[in-house]
Every structure is written in structure tokens, then in C-alpha cells.
Design a protein around this ligand. Structure first.
Ligand SMILES: C[S@@+](CC[C@H](N)C(=O)[O-])C[C@H]1O[C@@H](n2cnc3c(N)ncnc32)[C@H](O)[C@@H]1O
Length: 244
């Protein structure tokens, strides 16, 4: 059970420990963090899930109540919670942390939840059936490897949307990862697998764990945040699901 005694310093300490590049180690951290995950993310002013859902809603033209959503690295279920407010009803969630999946299960929103450490294990999702594939806060070094982006596209149905939200962390390892991710996204466009519907840059994605913060009541300066990017792709109607 989460307590209300957490501070921004506690949240920064855990998020800094998440900089490990060992995915198994990271899953262990999330298992322990699960208890305080949502409270700490409020303290960190995390907006990734909200920004992903908000950008998706600007572009989604289908019937939410008839749409099947794959929430990749679903964590505690923030994305599904927000999408429910828009009328979405059917969610499948995947995450590499058992502790986080237990929180997602408690929301009662997911018809199916799967444990899988992506990059090490294949994405446990049916090919070509999801109207929306969405992921927030997980495409980072040591978390979900760049090439898993192809598996997300593969899971979407032809004409389905793939939405990716992530923070623009400034450490060199993150900058290199972002370049590789963007190259892969571009390559997939050139291969005719999907087309870009839009990107959105956001100033305040999450508080910057690398900038020392003052007390919880202190005014927050702009450099105490990292920016974020949301990408939205539409899977090509003609993309073959068997050759990706
Ligand atoms: C910052 S949380 C984001 C959770 C949720 N999408 C949200 O916006 O609140 C990152 C999540 O990614 C999961 N994750 C990290 N690496 C993963 C991997 N390789 N495979 C599956 N899940 C992973 C973690 O367990 C954690 O739940």
C-alpha cells in the first residue's frame, strides 16, 4: 500500500537507479517501485501517458468502443485509464515487470495482461489485429530496444495507429538511442510499412532527474524538466504482416 510520505527526492533517487542498461535489473527495480510508482510519477510531473493519449485522440477517427488497443509497457495502467475516458473499452497490456502488471490488473480495464521482457522475448501479441498500439515512457536504452518498434507495427492492423511517447533525456546514451530509433522509424517508412501522421514536441514531459531539485513546494524552473516527443504512425494498408 502506497503511503503519502514520498518526496521528490525519493522519486529522483528511484528514477536515477533506472538508468541501468540491464533490462533484467530494470524489471527488478520496477517490481519494487510498483508500490510507489503512481505517487512518484505525480511528484515527477510525468505527463507521458497523458500526452500520448491526447495526441492519439486528435487523430483517431474510428469508433473507440469497437477498437482493440495494445498498451505496450503498460506499467500501472495509466494509458488505459485515460483512454477509457475517451470511450475505449478493450485493452491488452504487456509489461516486463510482474509488480507493474499486478497494478494494471487492479484497474480491471485489461482483458488480457502479458508478462514479457521485450527485446529478450517476442511481443506476445497477435499480428495485424490491433486498431491502436500505444506505448509511453519505455523506448529507452536498457528498457525496450529500438528494433521492437517493428513488432509494434506488426501487431497493428492495416490502417491501424501506432503511438509512441518518450522523454528526450539528454545523456549521451539516450541521444544515441534516439538517433537509432528515428533511423529505424524512417527506414520503416521507406520500406512502406507505415506512414507518419504527425509528431508533437512537448516542453514539460517529466522533471529532469539529473537536475537537483529543491523542496516539493518550490517553484519549478524550466531546466528542471525534460522535453518529450510523441510520434504517431499509420500502418500501411498494403503492409504484409508476414514479411516484417
Ligand atoms: C516509465 S514506465 C511507463 C508505464 C506506462 N506506460 C505509463 O505511461 O505510466 C515504463 C514501463 O516499461 C516497462 N518496461 C521497461 N523495459 C521493458 C521491457 N524490455 N519489456 C517490457 N516492459 C518494459 C517497465 O516495467 C515499466 O512498467
Amino acid at each position: 500500500m502506497s503511503t503519502s510520505s514520498r518526496t521528490i527526492h525519493d522519486a529522483h533517487t528511484v528514477i536515477k537507479s533506472c538508468s541501468t542498461t540491464d533490462p533484467k535489473e530494470k524489471a527488478k527495480i520496477y517490481n519494487i517501485w510498483a508500490e510507489n510508482y503512481e505517487e512518484d510519477h505525480k511528484l515527477l510531473s510525468y505527463r507521458g501517458a497523458y500526452l500520448a493519449v491526447d495526441f492519439l485522440s486528435e487523430h483517431f477517427c474510428g469508433r473507440p468502443e469497437e477498437s482493440l488497443v495494445l498498451d505496450v509497457a503498460c506499467g500501472s495502467g495509466m494509458v488505459a485509464n485515460l483512454m477509457t475516458e475517451l470511450g475505449f473499452r478493450s485493452f491488452v497490456g504487456v509489461d516486463g515487470s510482474k509488480g507493474m502488471l499486478e497494478l494494471a490488473a487492479k484497474t480491471g480495464l485489461y482483458q488480457d495482461l502479458k508478462l514479457a521482457l521485450l527485446g529478450t522475448e517476442p511481443l506476445p501479441a497477435q499480428t495485424g489485429v490491433f486498431d491502436v498500439v500505444i506505448t509511453a515512457g519505455a523506448f529507452y536504452p536498457g528498457s525496450v530496444p529500438v528494433n521492437v518498434i517493428r513488432e509494434l507495427c506488426k501487431a497493428a492492423k492495416p490502417g491501424g495507429l501506432v503511438c509512441i511517447a518518450r522523454g528526450n533525456y539528454r545523456r549521451p546514451i539516450h541521444i544515441e538511442y534516439t538517433e537509432n530509433l528515428q533511423k529505424e522509424q524512417q527506414l520503416m517508412e521507406e520500406e512502406g510499412l507505415w506512414g507518419l501522421k504527425g509528431t508533437k514536441q512537448i516542453d514539460r514531459y517529466i522533471r529532469n532527474p539529473d537536475v537537483e531539485c529543491g523542496g516539493d513546494g518550490e517553484d519549478i524552473q524550466e531546466d528542471q524538466f525534460i522535453s518529450g516527443t510523441v510520434y504517431l504512425y499509420k500502418k500501411s494498408i498494403s503492409a504484409s504482416t508476414s514479411t516484417q
